[in-house]
Structure formats: C-alpha cells, structure tokens
Design a protein around this ligand. Structure first.
Ligand code: CTP
Length: 401
C-alpha cells in the first residue's frame, strides 16, 4: 500500500510553496490529504489545494457533515505521517502547549503518528525566546523539523533564519520518515566531487575526481531511508533521487555547506578537496603580456573532515573519511584516523584506474577493524558501506566499532 501523508498548511506567505510540496509528494507515490487553517485560506484557496490532491481539503473542526464522515481523530490516525508546512509561530505554540481549538491543532493533539514541521516566519519571530521555547519543547516531544532556512523573507525583504525549507527538502525529510529502511529518520551528509579553486575569473585549480563514488553513497544511504544532503563540487552527474544536493565550488564553500547540514547522524567525506588554493583571486583575468609568467602563491584549505570530526555536541555520531593510497594502505589509513579524528576511513587503492573509473578496491578501516573489499563497482561499494553505516548507527555506540 502506498504511504499516506496528512499535510497541515498553516497561515503564512510560504503556504504557496506547500502546493508544490503536494505535487512533489504525489510524484513519489505518497497519497496526500490536506488540512488548512483559517489563516492559511487567506494565502491559498482550499480549491487550489483540493484540486492538487483530488479531494476536498479539510478546514473545519465543527463541520457537521465531514466531522461525521471522517472526523479529526480519523484524520489524525489514518495517515503514516503528518507534515506541518508552513509551521507558523502560532501553530508551533499551539502544538507545544497542547491547544486544540481548531482542526489543525486538534489533529496534532490527537495523532500518534510522526510529525514533521517546516517552520516559516519572520526571523525576529523565530528568534523570539517564546518560539525557541516552543521549538525545544516540540523537539523534546519527538516532533521532527526541517528548516527553517536562512534567506530573504518574502514579505519584508529582511534576511535571516525563518524561511521555509524548499518543497524538495521537505519532501526528502518526509520520505526519510516514511521509509521502512534501517536508516529511517537518520540524517546523513556526503561530500563528493572535486573542488575548484579560482585563480582569476576564468582559471582555476582542480582535480580529476568524477564524484561517482560520493554520488553512489548518497543514493545508497537514501535508499535505506536516510535523509541525505549531498554537498557536491562541480561534476557531470545529476542528483540521485531523494537526495538534496547543494552545489559548491571551493573548499571553503564546501566546508560552509557541510556545517550548515548539521546536526547529522553520519557524515561521509568523499570529496577530493583541493589541498591548497591560490592565496588571492585576481579580480580580472590575468593577461599574458603583463609581467611574464605569473607565480601562484598557495595557501592551505580548511580540512572539512578534520573540522567535522572535532569532539563536541555538534559532532555527527559517525564521521567517515576517504583516503587515496598507493601503498601501505592500512598503516596510512590508521594514521589518518588518528590525525583527523574521524571514526572510519575507507581507503582507496588508487594504484590502478580508480579515479574517474567505475570500479573501486577499498579497505574499510576503523580503530579495531580492517576489511578488504575486492574490486567491485562503485555502486556496490556504496551499498555495502550504507549497510555498515546502518548497522553502526543502530548499534549502541556508532563510532566505536
Ligand atoms: N578532506 C577534507 N578536506 C580537505 C582535505 C581532505 O574533508 N581539505 C577529506 C577528504 O574528503 C577525504 C580525506 O579527507 O575524506 C582525505 O584526506 P587527505 O588528507 O586529503 O588524504 P589523501 O587525499 O589520501 O592524501 P594525503 O594522505 O597524501 O594527504
């Protein structure tokens, strides 16, 4: 049977994006029912939402006919997931305090199903201690959240945290909660591809990474039900289904996007990050005839793997790095675990044609384990790694395997 989601649309300017969310959920085969608050109907009409779901939307707690027909208790229960998008400050406050004076809040109080909220409000309203209290309370009540994102507010032009997550992001978070896979509800991030480091507006330093292995890992994690962010340098690949891709160019952008993906259960750093970048980027194209052959001074790039591995509250439960080695693979990989502070290293034997190729020979190395996987397609490496990740995250202490 296909999965069912009940979408509660709150009253905010972001409500129009919920129409696209309906489409995106339906595309993936999820059956959608819609409840709209009174305020939501000021922004989008029940007719528009109803046309997209193919049945009338529910709006009234005291609607004689429909309350007998379906009723808020059945609405709350006959679903696999409730999505609140936009979750306004008002809806969050009601849900946090157990109010039930309209259909949306009554459904939220009556449900025993997972609830995913996509907050959307003015940055000041989001930052207000009252909203933050409600947010903390709802998280403690095991309500899941996607966003809010940083960005410009549609109504005021103000920038800050409060913009509703994009429909695709909400859909991916919903699919992760709807999945029955062993990584259901887990948050994963994968870095992939090369980085490019600008020399001037047209030239850059980069490497031959194709991104294939990282993309395959992102796809395999999503397949097992994880909510996956793929932070990708420039590649020729398209984003795997069910994965949220964030495109970046430089190592510094990759670091920023990786940190923005926190909190995470697992981070897998597959990207071939350029170790160095030019110390300055010329504003204009460097001309040949100016001063002979230019020298390019380099500075070191931040280490994304080491940064995310640092102990602390925000550290992902499991941090995995990749290493390209041609000799003494295990010893070098162990040294890398110690140096970078990650939990596992997947060591590539790059003595052959791995870079850009379709196959990979790897060793999976943790503090007290080393296992060689014979040459196999990158997709299979990805699937095996995703299974290992699921086993570790579902065990008691992920990193210490
Ligand atoms: N890495 C990173 N940020 C960097 C450099 C590397 O996150 N600035 C990550 C890579 O994504 C990979 C691992 O660190 O997971 C590779 O480590 P690195 O020290 O670059 O090792 P090698 O590429 O194997 O090279 P070498 O040991 O020769 O330095």
């Amino acid at each position: 049977m296909s999965k069912r989601a009940l979408l509660i649309i709150g009253g905010g300017i972001a409500a129009y994006k919920s129409l696209e969310l309906i489409r995106r959920l339906k595309e993936t085969g999820v059956a959608v029912r819609v409840v709209m608050t009174e305020a939501a109907q000021k922004f989008v009409t029940p007719l528009a939402a109803g046309a997209l779901v193919g049945e009338p939307v529910f709006t009234d707690l005291f609607d004689q006919a429909r309350e007998f027909d379906v009723g808020h208790i059945r609405l709350a229960r006959e679903t696999d997931l409730i999505i609140v998008a936009p979750a306004t400050a008002d809806l969050m406050a009601k849900a946090a305090n157990g109010l039930a004076n309209d259909l949306a809040s009554a459904v939220l109080l009556a449900t025993d199903k997972p609830v995913l909220m996509a907050p959307a409000m003015n940055p000041f309203m989001w930052a207000n201690p009252a909203t933050q209290r409600n947010f903390a309370r709802l998280q403690a009540d095991n309500r899941k959240f996607v966003g809010p994102n940083e960005g410009e507010m549609a109504e005021s032009g103000e920038r800050g945290l409060g913009r509703m997550a994009e429909p695709q992001q909400i859909r991916d978070a919903a699919l992760a909660l709807l999945s029955d896979g062993p990584l259901k509800g887990k948050r994963a991030m994968v870095t992939a591809g090369p980085t490019i480091e600008a020399i001037d507006p047209v030239r850059f330093l980069s490497n031959r990474s194709s991104g294939k292995q990282g993309y395959a890992i992102a796809a395999a994690l999503a397949e097992l039900g994880a909510e996956v962010t793929l932070v990708s340098g420039p590649t020729a690949l398209s984003a795997p289904r069910g994965v949220t891709r964030v495109c970046v160019e430089s190592a510094r952008e990759m670091l920023e996007a990786s940190q923005a993906a926190l909190p995470l259960d697992v981070a897998v750093m597959v990207a071939a990050v350029a170790d160095w970048r030019p110390s300055a980027i010329a504003d204009e194209k460097i001309k040949k005839d100016k001063a002979g052959i230019p020298g390019i001074a380099l500075v070191e790039n931040p280490d994304i793997l080491a940064t995310l591995s640092k102990p602390g509250k925000k550290r992902p439960k499991l941090v995995i790095g990749f290493a390209a080695e041609t000799n003494d693979v295990e010893a070098h990989a162990r040294a890398k675990i110690a140096k970078k502070g990650c939990d596992w290293i997947v060591a590539n034997d790059v003595s052959g044609d791995v870079m850009g190729g379709d196959d990979n020979t790897v060793m999976l190395i943790s503090k007290d384990r080393a296992e060689t996987w014979a040459r196999m397609p990158k997709e299979i490496v990805a699937q095996k790694l995703a299974v290992e990740i699921a086993a570790a995250l579902n065990a008691k202490s992920p990193g210490r395997k």
